[in-house]
Design a protein around this ligand. Structure first.
Ligand code: DGT
Ligand code: CA
Ligand code: CA
Ligand code: ZN
Length: 574
């Protein structure tokens, strides 16, 4: 983190100096320093401690003193002095492609800019007054740069990125020149949000293969292309780095570009201790290549288990793999049913019968229809009459389908009200096959209130699953603050399961919370929260999140066969 902070300051310093029209060599010195710091594997604090800062390429006396100052005081006076009088927002804008510090300085002199909105306005004005050096072509170019920059500022949900990446990859694989193509980076690690896509290819003619990739209809804009790398923007504004690598290096490159950076750094430190050198080209002992064609060689050379991409975050997976104790992670095919789905009874788009048919196609043994309760008015939560109708309809459907799978569970996603009471009376809940309880309101409550609300719900013997326990929406609503240890303890006591919700907006519990729950012996349920037949498929995102949290099938109730699940549910109701 510290390295990245300092690299960023140097990068901004370079921009500020350029903005002020300073000497090109000074500017380049900062840019070089930023690049070289990002390449470091060791922490700058420890390098500073050993007085070795000046050994870093591109770091002279001046820069090493600044790093030292930042390590000690978390600021750099020289930087602050240079920034004086320049709005911070303006420095951010200097990284817009097609704009750059100098052009921005020109605009700023004339119009005074503090923000992106200012910039957009002043481009209109510049066009209107025909400002010198700002022809329509240049202005259009800057506008395109702004669009790109805005979309690159935000990370994309995995549920948006993965289908686009799969589509791109299938087109790439159709190119005859291409022998292998895979996605690496955060998408391969199945992070909940993705910055950019990293694609690797192998081809006998890499430069030509890249030329053909940038001509695919999926590619909306080419930001750069060389012999070994192309950077493009595809639909959805996603940036993609495509790298062409040699067949003998493919495994090494896949390992390297999958990351995470922290995982790779730890791995390479271990390798060094064994006289091995790992990089994106291969594994080497001295000058001799000893591996790198396939990814598993990289781990095998270190006498460790192959680490699944989802847990390559340097959070204990390397130690576990060395000891041969990696968990056997949950897989999509372990799931035997879905315990969180909506129908047209509440806010779903598909009927109960359609949902059940689709579940049958997925090979499920069971599916629960968990429509909302009355408080969820916008979601057409079911009043008691409608609930009665739903029970009746499912009864009919069961008869009609006879013994055909899946078993249909009459369920609800009942609201946990302000004080932890539930939105249906206990005697109604007792008639249902399964109860998911969730918070959908009063998000502003204090940490204590939220905690107590969840504890009260968990104390209700009718509750089988707590749905999306933190109620966060990625990128738009923060997780509810709670004492999660107490929630875990309450779930362990009641035997209820906590959900990992598969909706790409939720993915709640997140990886680390799910991991903590499993470690405390709490059961989990992966739910799709589908509001249509197509969305039943999003349960896979819940599985990805579970894998990132080291979750094994044994912790997940919807991996159980029907006999075990139905006995568990019946037992909770007795
Ligand atoms: P993202 O794109 O922000 O969602 O996250 P990543 O993990 O895909 O990061 P990205 O695209 O910057 O780089 C892809 C992988 O390449 C990263 O996970 C690890 C590797 N990598 C990139 N830069 C470095 C570096 O400076 N040092 C090391 N050790 N690995 C790096
Ligand atoms: Ca990436
Ligand atoms: Ca990248
Ligand atoms: Zn819900």
């Amino acid at each position: 983190m510290l390295n990245e902070e300092i690299a960023r300051i140097f990068e901004r310093m370079a921009r500020v100096l350029a903005f002020k029209g300073q000497d090109r060599f000074r500017i380049m010195a900062y840019e070089r320093a930023a690049v070289s710091i990002r390449d470091l594997e060791e922490d700058l604090a420890s390098i500073a401690e050993h007085g070795k800062l000046e050994d870093i390429p591109g770091i002279g006396k001046d820069l090493s003193e600044m790093i030292d100052e930042y390590v000690r005081t978390r600021k750099i006076k020289r930087y602050e002095r240079e920034c004086k009088g320049i709005p911070a927002g303006l420095v951010d804008l200097m990284s817009i492609p097609g704009l750059g510090p100098k052009t921005l300085a020109q605009l700023h002199q004339k119009f005074h800019i503090r923000s992106l909105t200012d910039l957009e306005h002043c481009l209109e004005k510049a066009a209107a007054v025909k400002l010198k050096g700002f022809g329509q072509k240049k202005i259009d170019n800057i506008k395109r740069g702004i669009e790109l920059w805005v979309s690159s500022q935000k990370r994309m949900l995995i549920g948006v990125a993965l289908p686009l990446a799969d589509n791109l990859l299938s087109q790439v694989r159709k190119i005859k020149l291409i022998e292998h193509a895979d996605v690496a980076g955060s998408l391969r690690r199945r992070r909940e949000t993705i910055g950019d896509l990293d694609v690797l290819i192998v081809s006998k003619n890499g430069p030509r293969a890249l030329q053909q990739i940038v001509k695919l209809p999926e590619v909306k804009q080419v930001l750069g292309i060389g012999d070994t790398k192309a950077t493009v923007i595809i639909e959805g504004g996603i940036q993609v780095d495509v790298r062409s690598v040699a067949r003998e290096s493919y495994g090494a490159a896949l390992q390297y570009f999958t990351g995470s950076k922290q995982h790779n750094i730890h791995l390479r430190t271990l390798a060094q201790k064994r006289g091995l050198k790992l990089n994106e080209y291969g594994a080497f002992r001295g000058q001799k290549r000893v591996g790198g064609k396939d990814e598993d060689e990289m781990y095998a050379l270190l006498d460790m288990q192959d680490v699944p991409p989802e847990i390559r975050e340097d959070k204990g997976e390397i130690e576990a793999a060395m000891a041969g104790r990696l968990p056997k992670l949950l897989e999509v095919r372990d799931l035997r049913g879905d315990l969180h789905a909506h129908s047209t009874y509440s806010d779903g788009k598909s009927t109960i019968e359609e949902m059940v048919e689709h579940a049958a196609e997925l090979g499920y043994e069971y599916i629960a229809l968990t429509d909302h309760s009355p408080s969820q008015r916008v979601a057409h939560g079911l009043d008691l009459d409608r609930l009665e109708q739903k029970i009746e309809e499912i009864g009919q459907l069961r008869k009609k389908r006879k013994d055909r799978a899946p078993h249909i569970l009459i369920g609800t996603e009942v609201d946990i009200l302000a004080d932890g009471k539930l939105d249906y009376p206990d005697k109604v809940l007792a008639r249902l096959d399964i109860v998911v309880a969730s918070i959908h309101s009063l998000f502003h409550q204090s940490k204590d209130e939220i905690t107590n609300r969840l504890l009260a719900a968990l104390a209700n013997p009718h509750v089988d699953i707590v749905g999306h326990p933190t109620s966060r929406l990625i990128g738009s609503r923060e997780p509810l603050e709670m004492n999660f240890e107490r929630v875990i303890a309450a779930a362990a006591k009641s035997g209820a399961a906590l959900e990992i919700n598969g909706s790409m907006y939720r993915l709640d519990l997140n990886d680390s919370m799910a991991k903590a729950a499993q470690e405390a012996g709490v059961l989990l349920a992966i739910g799709s929260d589908a509001h249509s037949t197509a969305q039943l498929d999003q349960i896979r995102y819940g599985v990805f999140q579970a894998r990132r949290g080291w979750i094994e099938a044994r912790s997940v109730i919807n991996t159980w066969p029907w006999t075990k699940l139905s006995r568990w549910l019946a037992h909770r109701r007795s």
